[in-house]
Design a protein around this ligand. Sequence first.
Ligand code: ZN
Length: 151
Amino acid sequence: MFDLRDLYQQVIVDHNKSPRNFGKLADFNHEADGYNPLCGDKLHVYLKVNDAGVIEDVSFEGEGCAISVASASLMTDALKGKTMQESEDMFGHFQHMATSELDEAPDEEVLGKLTVLAGVREFPSRIKCATLCWHTLLAAVKDRPEPAKTE
Ligand code: ZN
């Protein structure tokens, strides 16, 4: 059975209730839509990247389950001030954490607060909820016109 208590830790509940960086940026140069058809999560990511490739600001809008919203909130917090290269590295670590064995400790040094989402690996159907914001971020960077999908 799907046990919400294991997954909905305090940080996730908090980020879902009051998502950080929620709303359209006044000044952005990249954006993309993301959609997770399995769950119905929809996100839109706004991104302001400067000439040096550093993320100056990032925000999101959308509707979805607690995991998708909390993950986007945590991601946008974590990415400010990071280079695009660092962000892609972080996504690699995040994806690894979300699909790794339960007894493997997540890389806290790279992921920081994002490790609270390690619990999704117990619930394969939820992994896409947690990674949707990252797929959307990469679509925004590449200015893809079609929505990013988790499928
Ligand atoms: Zn979801």
